[in-house]
Write a protein that binds this ligand. Structure first.
Ligand code: PMP
Ligand code: GLU
Length: 390
C-alpha cells in the first residue's frame, strides 16, 4: 500500500453514504438480485421529452463549446424570471451563477464565505454533504440538534443559543432532505430576524421547492427585506423538479459582491457546466407548471402509500413528510442504523440509508421515489424483517 501524505482537509472527509449505498443497490440489482431500492435520492421519472429534445438540438446546432463560466446570459435571465415569479425575489442575471448541480453551487458558496476559525451552523438532521463541505473549506460545522417532537426544525431560541462571535453562516434546507419538513413563513421570518441582528449569512437550499404535498408553502427566506436578502444566497436547480439529476445543473443567487467571487472561483475550477445541459435547463424552466405538478402529485400518492404501510408496522415511528421524497423513520428500537441498513439489505434485499450520515443515528431514510409496486413490496419485506425482531 502506498503511503501518501494528502492535504489535511481532504484526509478526514467522509465519503457520501447516500451515493455509496445507491451505487451498491444498483450493483446488486445488476448482479441479478431483486433489490427494492429505497435509497435513491433522485426522481425515478424519465427527463421530459421536450427537455431532451432541447439538448439534442443544442448538440446538432453545434452549441458544444465553452460558455461563460457561470452560465449563458439566456439561462441566467430565465432563472431571474423564475425567482421573480415563484419566489418574489428580484435578482439580475449578474447576481446568478449556474453550476454543475446544486451540490456544486453550495460547495462554491461555502468555499467563498467560510474561513478557517469560523463556524457554520447546520441544523441536524442535515443533508450528508453540508458538514464535509464546511470542513473542506477549513471552517467548523456546528450542529443544532432538533427532535421529532419539534418536527425536526430549529427554534429561534436554539438558533440564538448556538451563535458565537465565530458564527459566519447558517445552512437552511426546506423542504428538508432527509426529514421532508418545511419551515413556515413565520418560522422563516423569526430565523431571518436573528440572522440580520447577528450579521450571519444564510444558504437557503431550496432544491425540493417544487415537491410539496399539503400546506401552501413559503421557501425563500431572502424575500423578507433588503437586509436578509443581502445576507442570503438562494440555491436551487433542475435535478429534482424536472427529473434531471444526471444533467448536473444547479444555480445560486445572492448579492453581486458575493457572486463575483463565485464567478472567479468557478473560472479556476470547473469553468462552465455542460453547454448542452444548460440548453436543457433553459427548456425546463420554460416548461408549463403542469410538468412538475404531475410528478409532484405522483410523489404525494407514493408518500401516502408508504406512510400507510408504516402505520401498520409496529416499533417504527416517523413524522409525516410535507415535502421532498423521503420518509425518515426512527428504528432505534432495533439497534444502530448502520447495522440495520446492512441487515435489511442482506436479509430482505431492501436498500435504505442509515441515519448516521445525516447526523441522526437510530434513523433510517427511505426514498419513495419509486413505483407503487416497489413501495408495497419493499415495505412488506421490512415488515417481515421487523416481525422477526419484536
Ligand atoms: N441539496 C439537497 C438537500 C439534496 O438532497 C441534493 C441532492 N441531490 C442537493 C442539494 C444537490 O442536488 P444536485 O443534484 O442539483 O447537485
Ligand atoms: N441528494 C441525494 C440524496 O441525498 C442524492 C445523492 C447525493 O448527492 O448525496 O440521496
Amino acid at each position: 500500500m502506498l503511503k501518501i501524505k494528502v492535504n489535511s482537509r481532504i484526509r478526514d472527509i467522509e465519503g457520501s453514504s447516500t451515493l455509496a449505498i445507491t451505487a451498491r443497490a444498483k450493483e446488486l440489482a445488476a448482479q441479478g438480485r431483486d433489490v427494492v431500492n429505497f435509497a435513491a435520492g433522485e426522481p425515478d421519472f424519465d427527463t421530459p421529452a421536450s427537455i431532451k429534445a432541447a439538448a439534442i438540438r443544442a448538440i446538432e446546432s453545434g452549441f458544444t463549446k465553452y460558455t461563460p463560466s457561470i452560465g449563458t446570459p439566456e439561462l441566467r435571465k430565465a432563472i431571474a424570471k423564475k425567482f421573480k415569479n415563484d419566489n418574489r425575489l428580484e435578482y439580475t442575471p449578474e447576481q446568478i451563477a449556474v453550476s454543475c448541480g446544486a451540490k456544486h453551487s453550495i460547495y462554491n458558496i461555502i468555499q467563498v464565505l467560510a474561513d478557517a476559525g469560523e463556524e457554520v451552523l447546520i441544523p441536524a438532521p442535515y443533508w450528508v454533504s453540508y458538514p464535509e463541505m464546511v470542513k473542506l473549506a477549513g471552517a467548523t460545522p456546528k450542529f443544532i440538534e432538533t427532535t421529532a417532537h419539534a418536527r425536526f426544525k430549529i427554534t429561534p431560541a436554539q438558533l440564538k443559543a448556538h451563535i458565537s462571535d465565530k458564527t459566519k453562516l447558517l445552512i437552511l434546507n426546506s423542504p428538508s432532505n432527509p426529514t421532508g419538513m418545511i419551515y413556515s413563513k413565520k418560522e422563516l421570518e423569526a430565523i431571518a430576524a436573528i440572522c440580520v441582528e447577528n450579521n450571519i449569512f444564510v444558504i437557503s437550499d431550496e432544491i425540493y421547492e417544487k415537491l410539496v404535498y399539503d400546506t401552501p408553502h413559503y421557501t425563500s427566506i431572502a424575500s423578507f427585506g433588503k437586509e436578509i436578502y443581502n445576507l442570503t444566497i438562494t440555491v436551487n436547480g433542475v435535478s429534482k423538479a424536472y427529473s434531471m439529476t444526471g444533467w448536473r445543473i444547479g444555480y445560486s443567487a445572492g448579492a453581486k459582491e458575493i457572486m463575483g467571487y463565485i464567478n472567479k472561483f468557478q473560472d479556476h475550477s470547473t469553468s462552465n457546466p455542460s453547454s448542452i445541459s444548460q440548453m436543457a435547463a433553459l427548456q425546463a424552466l420554460n416548461e408549463p407548471e403542469e410538468v412538475t405538478a404531475a410528478m409532484c402529485a405522483e410523489f404525494k400518492k407514493r408518500r401516502d402509500l408508504m406512510t400507510a404501510a408504516f402505520d401498520r408496522i409496529p416499533g417504527v415511528k416517523y413524522v409525516k413528510p410535507d415535502g421532498a421524497f423521503y420518509l425518515f423513520c426512527d428504528f432505534s428500537k432495533f439497534g444502530v442504523s448502520l447495522d440495520i441498513a446492512r441487515q435489511i439489505l442482506d436479509d430482505v434485499n431492501v436498500a435504505v440509508i442509515p441515519g448516521e450520515g445525516f447526523g441522526a443515528p437510530g434513523y433510517i431514510r427511505l426514498s419513495f421515489a419509486t413505483s407503487d409496486e416497489r413501495i408495497k413490496e419493499g415495505t412488506k419485506r421490512i415488515a417481515d424483517w421487523i416481525k422477526k425482531r419484536l
